[in-house]
Design a protein around this ligand. Structure first.
Ligand code: PMP
Length: 386
């Protein structure tokens, strides 16, 4: 007889990646219930309830629509639904995800004017203003709230201050930062926000969201780019009736409803405060340990840490996962091996941060970095004690 399950839970695993993120137990339980037909009365009520709760999280009065895809599906949908062949758009490229906006636009035959920002930095809003003045024929600006590949936060409020009184649409990727870093879609005047399930929304990967204001809906009427599965107008119309154009990830919707209930009960402003405290404690700990933060304006979604010469990030991340069951994210692309990213995102609290920091210190010591064990934890505790 074999007693051991295929994957032992006695080695407890901790997920500190910027997506997927940990899932609340009652959301797991909701997803373990018998599956329902997506056109049942209960599913209609579930979809309507989810779309209402999402408005609170998006801080908008606009309708939110959902797609069964990862976050990139909503990004691609934004390009395909808002633009026309030959349009010219401004793309802020400051990491992998800003670059993704540019790649999607290029695939759709849209011309891009890039603003290239060094990895780790955030765009200067004046640079956006200059480009808009230099290119009066731009139709949209594509930006990222938290550039997850570097940990940098962009000043979307300031950029919206530039675009909202112009005919140029502001499209924001809040895939990682929704529910962690503030984004006031309505009051800042952001035209389009896209996001997904597996980050701040504490649900497995597989659902993507988009909110559009009336200017953006007008643009969808003009758009002549091809779209079928990602047609926003279809998803929107059906969503209003608690319906969907195609079979959705029913199981994930059941979990999402519970996860969103937690955010609504906490109140989105309190959710931001919790993330701000966790981020501030993490930053204080890392500085005390003696390592530099990688982002000049770090987000509350995650903290990126530049590793000292001689410490290979890939080895460190692998060792932490294999030996300690701690999963941090490494660097992507040219940052591979050079940075470590610790997320404090979604279903997390102050104690999770203490685990993340204490394990980080211990791992650094094991890999040969001169660290005073407990110094980072104390620095984090100091922030929490305030
Ligand atoms: N944008 C940002 C800012 C992200 O963090 C991610 C995922 N890490 C994506 C886009 C892509 O999302 P997905 O992997 O769900 O398609």
């Amino acid at each position: 007889m074999q007693w051991a399950p295929s994957k032992s839970i006695m080695k407890k695993n901790y997920l500190f990646t910027p997506g997927p993120t940990p899932i609340p137990p009652d959301a797991y339980l909701a997803m373990a219930q018998p599956i329902d037909y997506h056109r049942s009365e209960e599913s209609v009520a579930l979809i309507k309830d989810i779309l209402e709760k999402l408005k609170h999280v998006f801080q908008t009065e606009n309708d939110v629509l959902f797609l069964t895809s990862s976050g990139t599906g909503a990004m691609e949908g934004a390009v395909a639904n808002l633009l026309c062949r030959g349009d010219k758009v401004l793309v802020i490229r400051s990491g992998k995800f800003g670059e993704r906006w540019a790649e999607i636009c290029t695939v759709y035959g849209v011309n891009i004017i890039p603003i290239d920002v060094p990895y780790g930095d955030s765009v200067a809003p004046e640079a956006v203003e200059e480009k808009l003045t230099a290119h009066p024929d731009l139709t949209a600006v594509f930006a990222t709230l938290c550039e997850t590949s570097t940990g940098a936060l962009h000043d979307i409020e300031a950029i919206a201050g530039i675009t909202r009184d112009s005919p140029v649409l502001l499209v924001v990727d809040a895939v990682s930062a929704l529910g962690a870093d503030d984004l006031q879609m309505n009051s800042w005047g952001v035209d389009v926000v896209v996001s997904c399930s597996q980050k701040g929304l504490m649900t497995p990967p597989g659902l993507a969201f988009a909110a559009l204001n009336s200017r953006a809906w007008d643009a969808t009427e003009r758009s002549d780019l091809p779209k079928y599965y990602l047609d926003f107008r279809k998803a929107h119309q059906r969503g209003l009736e608690g319906s969907v154009p195609y079979t959705p990830a029913v199981t994930l919707l059941a979990g999402l409803q519970i996860a969103l209930s937690h955010i609504c009960a906490e109140g989105i402003r309190n959710t931001f405060s919790r993330h701000a405290r966790m981020a501030s404690a993490t930053r204080n700990a890392i500085k005390t340990i003696g390592l530099p933060l990688f982002a000049t304006s770090p987000a509350n979604t995650l903290t990126s840490i530049r590793l000292p010469e001689g410490i290979d990030g890939k080895t460190f991340v692998k060792m932490m996962r294999d030996k300690h069951g701690i999963t941090y994210a490494g660097g992507q692309g040219e940052l591979s091996g050079k940075i470590v990213r610790i997320a404090h995102l979604g279903w997390m609290n102050e104690n999770d941060v203490i685990v993340a920091i204490s394990a980080f210190e211990r791992g650094l010591a094991e890999i040969g970095y001169d660290v005073q064990l407990g110094a980072g934890v104390a620095a984090a505790q100091e922030v929490f004690a305030k």
